[in-house]
Design a protein around this ligand. Structure first.
Ligand code: HEM
Length: 442
């Protein structure tokens, strides 16, 4: 049974990731999907795979009405236009879980995710129409809400392949990508217990926080007895654009963030920097990516007492327009060689954009997809706030190279602290009738 309507909502727009295998919700669809017949189904039949078509369509639609199919060549939630809300969760498999349990869990998660992404309730009877003698199949808090652009992106931690003690729990050790090893300790890292690791991760992004939380809650529920939550993070405002159709958002320091990010409209760059090509191996990961997550605490109170000139010097960009300090407008390429008075460079040697720029890092780039967070305050009355940094790249080395350069010299370090860290291999998208990570177990 589908979710119950709660009132008028915008007509949905389906962003077709895989025109051949568009998912149908297992449960009855919500109002949004039923309205599809009359709505413009942007992108249908264009014959272009992946998330790229989504970019063309998104500008026209109300974001809460967006529907991104779960099945496709690549997982959704990477080049998909960054939604506004995040619920990220990492899971530990049960100590007695077997390889069969793991495969069954991925199969169940896949089926549920296809329904959730389509805006449908989980199971045959959903939240309120099943047996009175059993808990409902769907927890129900998303009844009446549109799909809200929900994407669910799954990843595998190095520990899934082999525990730190060298135990091969699921017969996967030989299939671990050689690059999938825990990130190194970077200078200044102050990682806290319980803010990293796990066997599996799910990144839920949506334009409605209730939809993202509902997804993680129900996927956790489905995992009961097989896997349990290890750590999780809510994010409330995207800090990157991943499409040229999106305005650049702002981080909690008040600066535009995402200006020079990789955009979905640059397919050659996405292919070169984000997707793992078959030639890189292993074969099961072709079309996938690597996800880095860093919980970066921002010392808001210190920043808020910092003068504007210093704030701009830290980033190397203006606070209003987001233009490089070497001149121009937001999207003008920074000129790091331009000197101001007294021969000092207009963009400081320690400025964040200089040190993070591909020119300083052997051409390495990444697709950033982070979120602001505020998790209350600490015992000293300071906001526990910052950036939940997420990036996708073809190799973890792209992140490590840039992060090493930032960790050593970035002027921003005076105002930030890396307290959480995780790395996951993100398998390619699931084909209809199959499940996430199927090739890993083939
Ligand atoms: C709290 C921490 C951080 C904040 C507030 C922050 C903020 C920003 C801002 C405002 C920009 C300029 C606008 C833009 O192009 O997006 C930027 C650029 C960038 N940042 Fe960060 N950032 C943080 C951490 C990181 C980390 C950990 C990495 C990767 C290791 C990173 C990688 C980049 C890259 C690659 C660019 C684009 C550089 C370019 O090509 O011009 N940032 N960041």
């Amino acid at each position: 049974m589908g979710r119950t309507d709660r009132g008028a909502a915008p007509e949905p727009t389906v962003h077709e990731a895989d025109p051949v295998s568009r998912p149908e919700p297992r449960g009855l669809s919500r109002r949004g999907l039923l309205g599809l017949a009359g709505a413009g189904v942007a992108g249908l039949g264009l014959g272009v795979g992946g998330d790229r078509v989504a970019q063309a369509a998104v500008a026209a639609a109300s974001p809460s009405a967006a529907v991104y199919p779960f099945y496709g060549a690549h997982q959704a939630g990477i080049v998909t236009p960054a939604q506004d809300r995040l619920h990220f969760a990492a899971f530990d498999l049960a100590a007695d879980a077997t390889r069969d349990d793991l495969v069954a869990l991925l199969r169940d998660w896949t089926a549920a995710s296809a329904s959730l992404a389509a805006g449908a309730a989980i199971g045959q009877f959903g939240a309120a129409s099943g047996s009175y003698d059993a808990p409902p199949e769907d927890t129900g808090e998303a009844q009446g809400l549109p799909a809200s652009g929900l994407t669910l992106t799954f990843g595998f931690d190095p520990a899934l392949f082999e525990t730190p003690a060298g135990v091969d729990r699921f017969g996967l050790a030989a299939r671990r990508p050689p690059l999938l090893v825990d990130l190194p300790h970077f200078p200044g890292d102050l990682l806290e217990e319980g803010r990293g690791g796990g066997d599996l991760c799910i990144q839920a992004c949506a334009d409605d926080p209730q939809v993202a939380v509902h997804a993680i809650r129900n996927l956790s529920r489905i995992a009961f007895g097989r896997a349990s939550l290890r750590w999780s993070q809510l994010g409330f405002g995207r800090t990157s654009s991943t499409s040229t159709s999106q305005a650049t958002p702002r981080n909690l320091f008040g600066f535009k963030d995402g200006t020079a990010n990789i955009k979905a409209e640059e397919p050659a760059v996405v292919d070169e920097q984000v997707w793992v090509p078959a030639a890189d191996g292993p074969a099961w990961l072709a079309g996938g990516s690597y996800l880095v997550a860093r919980r970066i605490r921002m010392t808001i109170e210190a920043w808020d007492r910092t003068i504007l000139r210093e704030q701009e010097a830290v980033f190397g960009r203006t606070k209003g327009e987001g233009a490089p300090l070497s001149g121009g407008t937001e999207f003008t390429e920074p000129d790091f060689s331009l000197a101001g008075r007294g021969d000092t460079p207009l963009i400081d040697a320690a400025a964040h954009v200089r040190l993070a720029h591909p020119a300083q890092n052997g051409g390495a780039r990444m697709l950033r997809r982070g979120y602001n967070f505020v998790d209350g305050n600490d015992a000293l009355g300071r906001l526990d706030a910052g950036l939940f940094f997420i990036s996708f790249q073809r190799s973890p080395e792209q992140f490590s190279r840039v992060q090493l350069s930032l960790a050593r010299h970035d002027a921003l370090n005076e105002y930030t602290r890396h307290v959480g860290s995780a790395l996951f291999a993100v398998p390619p998208g699931a084909r209809r009738g199959s499940h996430i990570g199927a090739a890993l177990f083939a």
